[in-house]
Design a protein around this ligand. Structure first.
Ligand code: ACO
Length: 325
């Protein structure tokens, strides 16, 4: 019998501190940085984001999201035999945030590792988990996107600091006789490293280079809309399906205009797109599982429906996962 993997539970967590555009505009004004709610909403669709406190790490957010996903799947942490965390804001240089999370979940022994593919991290992690479940390496995985991007923002750069937020989303992925994940499509193009990066690194206990996020917004925008359409079409083709088979598009929540453009190219009405960027901002690897859980818990996304998840970001890296819930 063919082996597949299926999502059996979703969960998410946002740190309690919610910062609206007006709050943020006032905070930035104190530093002499000028922006406005109108500019942010018009260019990005973002109205609010959540920021974690200083002593809260990605693994803390991941833990809360994981607990909710486990509860939704009706299993406990002891049932998990694989943990993959997608993050670009790990708790430490090493060990992995996944290993730290494993300890916080009170389990031990199963493989646990991080995936670093920035805003595509969750679709990368889901694809890796799907392969490991299909090949019999594991049977029940926790796949998580968790970020504290607030730590790597340059609050003197108004073109980037207004875009991002913190949060975590998780799914339980279980081996199954029925699909499940139907097709995946992953890509990267290292020629574009410089358009979106945190270039600093640690050398001899000191930070060399700039440790804060740098982005060429227009270059990112142009590349993103092109590759998202290609990845969507490639994934549908692999599953012998078409755009009309998609019940929900769950794109990386970076910017409402990128999402609108992708939906337009795929001839999908915005009513079929899960949008959380307005309330969450861009939470990088966490944005897709956060949006998925939001849609499930709001009763929009229902069992049996077909979902297309799409990620894009630093690398440049991008990809899509087509699945039946
Ligand atoms: N408030 C007010 N004005 C601003 C702000 C701000 N926060 N930021 C920039 N501006 C000004 C600029 O200074 C510029 O002024 P000027 O014309 O006087 O020079 C003007 O607004 C236009 O600036 P642009 O950078 O050209 O603005 P653009 O329309 O390109 O919008 C944005 C910028 C929103 C970043 C856009 O390029 C974009 O959405 N890019 C995609 C970025 C993205 O989604 N990144 C994440 C994807 S990958 C990942 O998730 C990691």
């Amino acid at each position: 019998m063919r082996r597949y993997s299926r999502i059996t539970g979703t969960g998410s967590y946002l740190p309690p501190r919610r910062v609206t555009n007006d709050d943020f505009v006032a905070q930035l004004a104190e530093k002499g940085i000028e922006t406005s709610d109108q500019w942010i909403v018009e260019r990005t669709g973002i109205r609010a984001r959540h920021f974690a406190e200083r002593d809260v790490a990605s693994s803390d957010l991941a833990l809360e999201a994981a607990r909710k996903a486990l509860e939704a799947a009706g299993i406990t942490a002891e049932d998990i035999d694989l943990i993959i965390v997608a993050t670009s804001t790990p708790d430490m240089v090493f060990p992995s945030t996944a290993a730290i999370l494993q300890g916080k979940l009170g389990i031990h022994g199963c493989p646990a590792f991080d995936v670093q593919a920035v805003c595509s991290g969750f679709v990368y992690a889901l694809t890796v988990a799907d392969s490991m479940l299909k090949s019999g390496v594991a049977t029940r995985a926790l796949v998580i996107g968790a970020e504290v991007f607030s730590r790597i923002l340059d609050y003197s750069d108004r073109t980037t600091c207004v875009l991002f937020g913190d949060g975590a989303g998780a799914v339980v992925l279980e081996a199954s006789d029925e699909p499940g994940i139907l097709a995946c499509d992953l890509h990267a193009d290292g020629r574009h490293v410089d358009i979106l990066c945190v270039p600093g690194n640690v050398y001899g206990g000191q930070i060399l280079g700039d440790p804060l996020l740098k982005m060429d917004g227009q270059a990112v925008f142009k590349l993103a809309v092109g590759v998202l359409e290609k990845a969507a079409r490639a994934t549908l083709e692999k599953a012998s399906m078409t755009e009309s088979d998609i019940d929900w598009l769950i794109p990386h929540q970076a910017n409402i205009r990128i999402m609108q453009s992708t939906a337009r190219k795929l001839k999908l009405p915005m009513e079929k797109v899960i949008v959380t960027v307005d309330q969450h901002g861009n939470t990088s690897a966490a944005s897709i599982p956060l949006a998925l859980d939001h849609g499930v818990r709001a009763g929009q996304i229902k069992p049996g429906q077909t979902l297309l998840l799409e990620g894009v970001g630093g690398g440049f890296a991008w990809g899509a996962v087509l699945l039946k819930l």
